[in-house]
Design a protein around this ligand. Structure first.
Ligand SMILES: NC(=O)c1ccc[n+]([C@@H]2O[C@H](COP(=O)([O-])OP(=O)(O)OC[C@H]3O[C@@H](n4cnc5c(N)ncnc54)[C@H](OP(=O)(O)O)[C@@H]3O)[C@@H](O)[C@H]2O)c1
Length: 287
């Protein structure tokens, strides 16, 4: 069984490459703004499933580059899903909590109506719709707050700032489930393999780490585990304005992925310990 993965250099694709039967491709091999090349790559590949771990992920920049975000997150994903459908192989797409408007405090169900607040969320939702319309075997895995030892993420930002400052103000009224790229990669892998023999399991699923926490709480745990003495002051979102609005409620109900694929929510605090151990010396004060 072979799997083709787009987004080779990204956080999740880096973790997917731990699996020997994964063939990952980068921007030089396939630029996602070139739909013909995307189609050709899948049609020519001798693979049993495709996972799209590539995306336009610059959430704030997307507000001023909506067409670019749409081309990568919607148009390219659509072509991938169409190509996979033509070949009769499963397609797994990673999507986001940003498809929701963040209202309320109930964890979002995969069946809840999305209403994205910004351009990034809109482009990811448009991608989801296009994938469903392609009509092939597919899974859309919505996740949140991805972190790893590689790439740009909140953990690495906090470690950098925590080594420069004694005190930080962090947003406390956005709540979600931090998700390690490694756990997400495992979930994508298991789902793609599961779909090969069970196309009827196609659909939208939620997957995130547990327990839910605020960004401020996440930062406190990072500093505690990294042995950094930083005071975290809790602030509301209104005191940290960003070009793209963020959902306050990013909690995802992950029950269906457990029921259908037997994938449990990982404890992100345990995954954080592993990520800190994976960081090169100098990027963490962990003993
Ligand atoms: N990060 C999060 O907190 C988060 C939260 C929820 C959902 N997600 C979703 O999770 C998935 C994986 O995220 P991630 O954090 O692993 O992403 P990431 O680290 O930002 O990596 C994105 C990947 O996409 C590639 N890419 C972007 N534009 C491309 C283009 N035009 N042609 C070819 N490749 C292109 C990048 O290549 P280059 O290195 O060449 O730029 C990179 O390999 C994405 O679908 C994202 O929307 C992420």
């Amino acid at each position: 069984m072979k799997i083709l993965v787009f987004g080779k250099t990204g956080q999740v694709a880096t973790q997917l490459q731990r699996f020997k039967n994964v063939q990952a491709v980068d921007r030089d091999q396939v630029d996602l703004t070139d739909p013909e090349r995307v189609m050709e790559m899948i049609m020519k590949s001798d693979v049993d499933a495709v996972i799209n771990a590539a995306a336009y992920t610059a959430v704030d920049q997307a507000e001023s580059e909506e067409a670019q975000a749409m081309a990568i997150n919607c148009d390219a994903s659509k072509v991938m899903a169409q190509a996979a459908a033509k070949k009769g192989i499963p397609f797994v797409q990673i999507s986001t909590d940003y498809v929701f408007n963040g209202k309320g405090s109930r964890p979002w169900l995969p069946t809840d109506i999305p209403a994205p607040l910004g351009a990034y969320g809109k482009s990811k939702l448009a991608g989801e719709i296009a994938i469903r319309e392609a009509g092939g075997t597919h899974a859309i895995l919505r996740t949140s707050w991805v972190f790893s030892a590689t790439g740009n993420n909140f953990v690495k930002t906090m470690l950098r700032l925590g080594q420069e400052r004694d005190e930080l103000s962090i947003v406390a009224d956005q709540i979600g489930g931090p998700t390690s790229a490694a756990a997400l990669a495992n979930a994508c892998y298991k789902v793609s393999m599961g779909l090969v023999n069970h196309p009827e399991k196609s659909g939208v699923y939620h997957f995130s780490g547990a327990p839910n926490i605020s960004w401020a709480g996440f930062a406190r745990e990072i500093f505690a585990q990294a042995n950094l003495a930083v005071q975290v002051n809790e602030i509301p979102t209104s005191e940290f304005p960003t070009p793209a609005p963020r959902p306050k409620n990013s909690r995802l109900n992950c029950r269906s992925i457990k029921e259908i694929f037997d994938i449990s929510q990982p404890d992100w605090r345990i995954d954080l310990t592993k990520v800190l151990a994976d960081l090169p010396p100098g990027q963490t004060c962990q003993n």
